[in-house]
Design a protein around this ligand. Structure first.
Ligand SMILES: [Zn+2]
Length: 251
């Protein structure tokens, strides 16, 4: 019997990414879509289910989902994610478990990225590592002594909301001068707009060189969306999945 695989999902403020991965970290197939971050949390959950349904399900035993913090991982709650509308005291893990036929493990995205990098990437072979993710927001994950540090209530690594410029620009979290309000992707775009670049973009320039900076291995199937685009299933979407006895017995 083949080793179990996992559905790996990154719910980002800009894109939702889903992949089928092996225990050795090999990506077998992947899909992504722009996050419906302005719609509702249910719409985003339905997006995850939609991507998962279009990936090969064979051998998947668990779904690992990461999302921006702050999360209460123990209770499976999105507490107050500034970049996704409605991710405020939202039972993200339970909502996903209704839509997916596998047990769902929820993790803070910075922690998941740090652990992935430590297991399979630049941190391999080290004991101590800090990973910083710069995207729609800024997050971080810390590995010390070969252990991922979650911190009190999972708050370790929420570096994006450190005040680095007192009195600086207003952050989505409501504070001023957060690192994220100055150096995240949207913050860079806003500063580019302020500097006179249309649409917040600098003049076209190659962002990657051949053989470097590519987002995916050419051996990873990039599945195409169906004609007309994928329509997310209606909420609740549990009816779209044949519930397994394992997942149906979970509360
Ligand atoms: Zn902030």
């Amino acid at each position: 019997m083949a080793a179990p695989r996992a559905l790996a999902v990154d719910v980002g403020g800009t894109r939702v990414r889903a992949a089928v991965v092996t225990r050795q970290g090999r990506v077998l197939a992947r899909l992504e879509a722009p996050t419906r971050a302005a719609d509702s949390p249910e719409a985003v959950v339905a997006q995850v289910a939609d991507l998962a349904r279009r990936l090969p399900a064979e051998g998947i035993a668990v779904a690992g989902v990461c999302a921006p913090g702050p999360l209460d991982v123990d209770r499976g709650m999105a507490l107050a994610t500034p970049t996704i509308a409605g991710f405020r005291d939202f039972p993200l893990r339970a909502a996903l478990a209704d839509c997916l036929p596998w047990p769902v493990h929820l993790e803070h995205d910075g922690h998941a990225a740090a652990w992935g990098e430590w297991r399979f990437g630049a941190g391999r072979g080290t004991q101590d590592m800090v990973y910083v993710t710069l995207s729609t927001g800024i997050g971080a994950g810390v590995v010390t002594g070969g252990r991922l540090q979650r911190g009190h209530r999972g708050m370790a690594g929420h570096a994006g909301h450190m005040t680095v410029a007192p009195g600086g620009p207003v952050c989505d979290c409501g504070n001023r001068g957060c690192w994220e309000a100055i150096a995240s992707g949207p913050a860079f775009a806003a500063r580019a707009r302020d500097a006179g670049f249309a649409d917040g973009r600098s003049p076209p320039a190659p962002l990657s060189r051949p053989g470097r900076g590519t987002r995916a291995s050419p051996t990873v199937p990039q599945l195409s969306p169906p004609p007309g685009g994928a329509m997310p299933p209606p909420w609740p979407c549990a009816a779209h999945w044949p519930r397994t006895s394992a997942s149906a017995s979970r509360t």
